[in-house]
Design a protein around this ligand. Structure first.
Ligand code: ADP
Ligand code: MG
Length: 283
């Protein structure tokens, strides 16, 4: 199963992607996460460092695919999740779609593309031009990360339009929205009422998630570490941290379990910009 996680820049796509990847691996799946954001930090909390990008590796080898080995571009991450960073096109030139195309081509050459139960593409979605829509060509499901604000829902609506467009020629469905970093969901609910699609989860702003990013670890790894520490010095503080982290991990496990049931998903009918402005404004 191939998943494409989209959303506005900074909304929490990579955080959500990494934790979903581990949740799917926890359920026994062989998972590859491919960062398709020029920011190339998608897999940072899985590996703990910025891995070399496909595009940098390819250009260092003059695009001689035969000189590249799987270990040059595929890095093992936490929980057994394999990690790839596509990288970005040269700033102001080139095309994100080309980069994704080269990445998939190389993974096929390396016999890696069909090796996995799950491939998760982590893609930015502010623009969703033809290039940034490219991962949708490979995906069975699109997942959109949003908060409860206008900008992220505006991006979500454009991504929904891209899914509708691609679904004309590909067996692609929108699995649904994930609300992130928000305790309120009134605008999300208004949006899905007007443009029906499932809401898979809504996660609040969680200090532990912010800290886990700073430490270069996912929440699952932070949880395992504090479990190890609490077994050695048995602090009640660690115990309550674990309960809190278990609670947060359960959000991601719930999303993974929903995806593993191969949900029907939807082909969305996006709103016009005018409809969206009217729907989400107070006046
Ligand atoms: P994106 O991949 O969409 O650009 P990131 O996943 O890198 O966004 O997240 C941006 C920042 O927000 C990171 O510092 C991350 O730790 C933080 N973050 C993401 N989700 C949450 C959350 N639910 N609670 C608190 N901080 C979060
Ligand atoms: Mg990211």
């Amino acid at each position: 199963m191939k998943l494409a996680v989209y959303g506005k820049g900074g909304i929490g796509k990579s955080t959500t992607s990494c934790n979903i990847s581990i949740a799917l691996a926890t359920r026994g799946k062989k998972v590859l996460q491919i960062g398709c954001d020029p920011k190339h930090d998608s897999t940072f909390t899985l590996t703990g460092f910025l891995i070399p990008t496909i595009i940098d590796t390819l250009s260092a080898k003059d695009y001689h695919y035969e000189d590249i080995w799987p270990e040059d571009v595929i890095y093992g991450g936490y929980g057994g999740v394999d990690c790839v960073e596509a990288g970005g096109p040269p700033a102001g030139a080139g095309c994100g779609g080309y980069v994704v195309g080269e990445t998939v081509k190389l993974l096929k050459e390396l016999n890696a593309f069909f090796e996995y139960d799950i491939i998760l593409f982590d893609v930015l979605g502010d623009v969703v031009c033809g290039g940034f829509a490219a991962p949708l060509n490979y995906a069975d499901y699109c997942i959109i990360v949003t908060d409860n604000g206008f900008d992220a829902l505006f991006a979500a609506n454009r991504i929904a339009a891209s899914v509708r467009e691609k679904a004309r020629t590909h067996p692609l469905r929108l699995a649904g929205l994930i609300g992130n970093r928000t305790s309120k969901r009134d605008l999300i609910d208004k949006y899905v009422e007007a443009c029906p699609m499932p809401v898979l989860e809504v996660l609040p702003l969680i200090e532990e998630i912010r800290i886990s990013r700073v430490k270069g670890k996912t929440l699952f790894e932070m949880n395992e570490r504090s479990e190890l520490e609490s077994s050695s010095n048995n602090l009640s503080q660690n115990f309550s941290t674990n309960i809190q982290n278990d609670y947060i991990c359960s959000f991601y496990l719930n999303i993974a379990d929903q995806l593993l049931t191969h949900p029907e998903g939807v082909i969305p009918r996006e709103l016009s910009d005018k409809e969206l402005f009217t729907l989400l404004s107070d006046f």
